[in-house]
Design a protein around this ligand. Structure first.
Ligand SMILES: Nc1ncnc2c1ncn2[C@@H]1O[C@H](COP(=O)(O)OP(=O)(O)OP(=O)(O)O)[C@@H](O)[C@H]1O
Length: 310
């Protein structure tokens, strides 16, 4: 059995002469939750739409669940669930009516419909809301309803485009519990996000910028492989210290976090801690383990440019 359910090689998408997805190679395993992490406009949604067959690539090869895209996009359609960042169900229909409508689109018989809908209402804690208009649900309830609708036909692949941008942390956590249930039962899930805590929950992750994949691996691998050295500085005058360090060549980034200053240095320095001490003698300096945000900073923007230079 082939465990790679999404494979792309050289996947590229131009809109006129703007390259939104640039030479993207992916290999995503069955049953995994794989994230696209990146700033606005980096090509996350475009990649997702290419993987659903909604968009035609300008170049490259795409195989999803064994189907070659874009040629076999129609056959793939029934095998995927797709949820976009905007609530795309009907505000004026009740929760139940929305689900009944989607069930009809997927051609479920009356008996199948009854069974599946009561299952979904229970699973997504929407039983007591089933006769409420979708438009009057809270952000978290809307997202649960959208996930119920996207999974109604039990697709083996689920694509979620920034699914929790409008929900609070508690609802986000609850939403992710459901994603892990789905993954546990073999569903492959692609999720785009710009939240670090969501990215950390993924089994695998691509960090994207300007349509390019800058890093790929599990969050643990990405943190382990980070070439930069990370320091936490404490002491007086941290704002000033941050400004003083920011422009120096070996400094990838500085960021104040509460009472500490987090500093990322390029790997080229023979003794990074000694170098830092020379710059800021009166400050406590402790080397710390990288986190995912450090990986992100070193993989994008100025941090990326400095990382590859040094
Ligand atoms: N249909 C389109 N026509 C022209 N340009 C487009 C089109 N769709 C996307 N783009 C451009 O391609 C780039 C990538 O957009 P995309 O929506 O994939 O980014 P994203 O990472 O999903 O961002 P966001 O988080 O803001 O949704 C952007 O510069 C966007 O303006």
């Amino acid at each position: 059995m082939n465990d790679i359910v999404i494979k792309t090689q050289g996947l590229t998408k131009y809109f006129d002469d703007y390259c939104a997805v640039n030479d993207l190679d992916l290999a995503i395993k069955r049953g995994s939750i794989y994230g696209f992490l990146g700033p606005n406009g980096c090509g996350k949604s475009t990649t997702m739409r290419l993987l659903t067959g909604l968009l035609t690539p300008s170049a490259g090869e795409v195989k999803v669940l064994g189907y070659d895209l874009p040629n076999q996009a129609e056959a793939l359609r029934l095998k995927i669930g797709y949820m976009t960042q905007k609530f795309s169900l009907y505000d004026n229909l009740s929760v139940l009516e929305n689900l009944q409508f989607v069930a009809q689109i997927y051609g479920l018989s009356r008996g199948q419909r009854r069974e599946r809908l009561s299952q979904l209402l229970a699973m997504y804690h929407l039983e007591d809301k089933q006769h409420v208009r979708a438009g009057s649900l809270s952000g978290g309830q809307k997202q649960r309803l959208a996930l119920a609708a996207a999974t109604l036909h039990e697709p083996p692949l689920l694509l979620l485009d920034e699914p929790t941008s409008a929900v609070d942390p508690e609802n986000r956590r609850e939403f992710w519990e459901r994603l892990f249930d789905l993954s546990d039962s073999g569903t492959t899930i692609l999720v785009s996000t710009h939240y670090m805590d969501e990215a950390e929950r993924c089994h695998g992750l691509a960090i994207m910028e300007l349509g390019k994949k800058r890093a790929d691996g599990s969050p643990a691998q990405l943190m382990e492989q980070l070439k930069a050295t990370v320091f936490q500085l404490t002491g007086a005058g941290l704002r000033q210290v941050g400004k003083q360090l920011a422009d120096l060549a070996p400094v990838i980034s500085t960021a104040q976090i509460g009472n500490t200053l987090r500093v990322l240095l390029t790997p080229g320095l023979p003794d990074a801690k000694a170098w830092l001490h020379q710059q800021v003698a009166h400050i406590n300096i402790e080397q710390v383990k990288p986190n995912l945000e450090d990986v992100f900073v070193a993989s994008t923007g100025v941090g990326y440019a400095k990382s590859i230079q040094n």
